[in-house]
Design a protein around this ligand. Structure first.
Ligand code: NAD
Length: 281
């Protein structure tokens, strides 16, 4: 018996990176998976996009673990597409117990007053409103299935701290933290738990690209990810620059399953000690 046996989990942004890791970790513990992703390019995002083969690969991985996997392509900005895709998938698999709102982007890096309005808007539309859309589409299914259930919203250390150069990302991720806290209160009666997860740097396409490297090396005109590594490591209590997708997936698994049955409304960092680091002299 796995820790997620008999559960059905919905993961957004599941085509690659952390979303795929969450889907596979939950499936390895017995969950059936509903995976969604835009699986295509996004205006304002300047690093390579995931595609339909990536989403199909996630489903293949779930099936290789002997679990059922259903996928549909949807943009989390499109509430109707997200809702109808999820409704169909839930009807096919028979219910919904867990939601992992993970889809997200990083676009421009600039001081807040120099950010382009389109970069700001796309960020808020995806990283904040997209998370709300995900909960709006999913919560009625959780309530129908309940009592019980778990919602995990993927925020960031940028949802707990200010990070210069990405005010739009910071604002969206702080918004996600607030959304989780409110939902935890609203869904207490149904015994549905809602928590947020706050990863530090995770080596995925989102940060392993020249645009994102500028957050950490604004002194260089065209920094590479390797240029950023010493600065990434200095953020943490340990001299290590990033965590792996599996480290975040393990935190998601804990919050998704019954081992955390009395935990709701928390903001769980997976951050190499970043938020606790003493930076005084
Ligand atoms: N990588 C990091 O250092 C880091 C750190 C903290 C938090 N996060 C957060 O973790 C989450 C996952 O990011 P990742 O590191 O795996 O990046 P990633 O770029 O590898 O994966 C993100 C996935 O989300 C999908 N996506 C993006 N916009 C979408 C939309 N509008 N609709 C549907 N799907 C969409 C992408 O297609 C992609 O498959 C994001 O919310 C991100 O903000 C990342």
């Amino acid at each position: 018996m796995g820790r997620m046996s008999g559960k059905i989990a919905f993961v957004t942004g599941a085509a690659r990176g952390q979303g795929r890791a969450h889907a596979l970790r939950l499936a390895a513990e017995g969950a059936d998976i509903i995976a969604t992703d835009i699986a295509g390019p996004i205006d304002t995002v300047r690093y390579p996009a995931a595609g339909p083969p990536d989403l199909a690969e996630t489903v293949r991985g779930v099936e290789a673990l002997d679990r059922r996997g259903v996928s549909f392509a949807a943009d989390v900005r499109d509430l109707d597409a997200l809702t109808s895709g999820l409704d169909k998938a839930v009807a096919e698999l028979g219910g919904l117990d867990v939601v992992v709102a993970n889809a997200g982007i990083l676009n421009a890096v600039a001081r807040s007053w120099e950010l382009d309005a389109a970069d700001w808007q796309t960020m808020i539309d995806i990283n904040l409103s997209g998370v709300w859309h995900t909960t709006k589409a999913a919560v009625p299914h959780l309530i129908r299935r309940g009592p019980g259930g778990s919602v995990v919203l993927i925020s960031s250390i940028a949802g707990l701290r200010g990070v210069p150069g990405i005010a739009h990302y910071n604002a969206a991720k702080h918004g996600v933290t607030g959304l989780a806290r409110t939902l935890a209160n609203e869904l207490a009666e149904q015994r549905i738990r809602v928590n947020s997860v706050h990863p530090t740097n995770v080596r995925t396409t989102m940060i392993d690209n020249p645009v994102s490297a500028r957050i950490y090396r604004p002194d260089l005109p065209e920094p590479t990810f390797d240029d950023a590594i010493p600065a990434l490591a200095r953020m943490h209590i340990w001299d290590e620059p990033y965590v792996e997708v599996e480290d975040v997936a393990n935190a998601v698994l804990f919050l998704a399953g019954d081992e955390s049955r009395y935990i709701t409304g928390i903001a769980l960092p997976v951050d190499l000690g970043m938020t606790a680091k003493y930076t005084g002299s």
